[in-house]
Design a protein around this ligand. Structure first.
Ligand code: EPU
Length: 409
């Protein structure tokens, strides 16, 4: 059934996580607006609470106070549920000179090492050891500025080192830094706190350490992956959806691809209006760091290509195991062949509803999208993955006219 109506985009998960971690850098009450209600946000709050942080919540705003940090440890029980917990490492080293963070274990989408975070922090003078499954990091006096070259641009690695550098002695330069909008959002928050930095959004970021930072009020950017997911929801159901409160500049690569396959997209201020048409043309994608096509939209785009006219080649170039949704989409009748890091999708007229299993956050979203157009009922198990990164996706979709509900809350 074509989706029709308006949907409002929530705050960005991947911007809110580092920004909440940045509150560890200095005491006082920080106020963060546009915080999404997500499981991953709950997890980072648990990590900060364990370290001694206090919170006051009111609607989409969250007040955070880290005056009384009484621990430097992020335990396995929390880190194992969310790898982004490693974002506490840089700020803790900066504020307390020590941190003990459980090493994130395996992940459904790839090995996801953190060697580049650790190498950068070592260059800044941290002594880092791996002990009993934990990263144990200490600094003798103070972190010092350094010239750091990432051989691969890493989003959370860039964010961790930015936070470590803001109060370090001297100048830190991050070369081949990640350019994602979430990195820029963190930089804007840090600058408002008093940090001296420039270049965020380019591949070279320079940070001059300052003596003091101050608590601030800051609003998180809209979630570009949620925006992209609703654009695809409009395209796949051949509907018309006004997506409110988003930033089209953050998703140019997705918009371009959807225009190529025949979706109409109009930018109207902070809204995007997407109109899906009867024929969905096929198109190839290759995932790339920003501003390329984001890996976090690969699974959703694949769901769309499953009902496109013709063949498409989908190359995953960021994570080595991010095709877990393929076997589930096949259970719904999709024709997909995997060859190394690429999937060959032959579009079919129809998908058929089936019981499927969500394996990670974005894979769950792709199954929901496929379920919107599959004939019959689709039942998605392990849907808790979805709640890590989409605020009320089921509710938002049902307000747009889809028949979607949770069997259990
Ligand atoms: N990498 C290394 N060594 C490192 C760090 C990264 O080899 O020390 C490699 C990774 O294995 C990967 C590539 O570098 O091949 C890029 O990974 P990156 O570090 O950029 O990923 P991340 O910071 O762990 C963030 C997002 C992910 C998103 C990726 C890529 C957050 C909290 N997470 O992860 O979001 O897929 O960037 O854009 O910002 C999601 O929201 O579903 C999600 C997985």
């Amino acid at each position: 059934m074509p989706l029709k109506g308006e949907v409002t985009i929530s705050g960005s998960k991947n911007a809110a996580l580092p920004i909440l971690s940045a509150c560890l850098l200095t005491g006082g009450w920080h106020t963060l607006d546009n915080i999404p209600k997500l499981k991953d946000i709950w997890t980072i709050k648990e990590i900060l609470s364990n370290l001694g942080a206090a919170f006051e919540e009111s609607g989409q705003s969250l007040k955070v106070n880290t005056d009384n940090l009484n621990s430097h440890i992020a335990p396995y029980a929390l880190v194992k549920t969310m790898r982004a917990s490693i974002l506490a490492l840089g700020p803790l080293l900066s504020r307390l000179g020590k941190a003990k963070i459980s090493l994130p274990g395996g992940c459904a989408i790839g090995a996801r090492p953190i060697d580049l975070h650790l190498k950068g922090l070592s260059l800044m003078g941290a002594d880092i050891n791996l002990e009993h499954g934990y990263v144990v990091a200490n600094v003798d006096k103070k972190l010092r500025g350094a010239d750091i070259f990432f051989d691969i641009p890493t989003v959370t690695g860039t964010e961790n080192l930015m936070m470590a550098a803001v109060k370090a002695d001297g100048i830190t330069t991050l070369h081949n830094a990640a350019k994602e909008p979430e990195v820029v959002d963190l930089a804007n928050m840090l600058k408002r706190m008093g940090a001296k930095m420039n270049g965020a959004g380019t591949d070279t970021i320079t940070i001059t350490g300052v003596k003091e930072l101050y608590p601030v009020r800051y609003a998180i950017i809209p979630d570009r992956i949620e925006t992209g997911t609703f654009l695809i929801a409009a395209a796949i159901t051949k509907g018309k959806v006004r997506i409110k409160g988003c930033n089209g500049d953050h998703i140019e690569a997705i918009i371009e691809k959807l225009l190529d396959i025949g979706t109409e997209i109009e930018k109207e201020g902070e809204d995007l209006v997407a109109i899906g048409h009867h024929t969905i043309k096929s198109a190839d994608i290759k995932t790339m760091p920003f501003p390329g096509f984001p890996t976090d939209m690969q699974a959703q785009f694949m769901a769309l290509m499953c009902i496109a006219d013709g063949w498409s080649v989908i190359r995953e170039a960021i994570f080595e195991n991010r095709f877990m949704h393929v076997s589930e989409l096949r259970r719904m009748g999709a024709d997909i062949k995997i060859n190394g890091g690429q999937a060959l999708v032959s579009g079919k007229r129809h998908l058929s509803g089936a019981q499927v299993m969500a394996t990670d956050l974005r894979a769950s979203a792709s199954l929901v999208l496929a379920g919107l157009v599959a004939k019959g009922k689709t039942e998605i198990l392990r849907v808790y993955h979805l709640d890590r990164g989409y605020e009320d996706l089921d509710l938002k979709l049902s307000l747009l006219g889809s028949k979607i509900w949770r069997e259990k809350q």
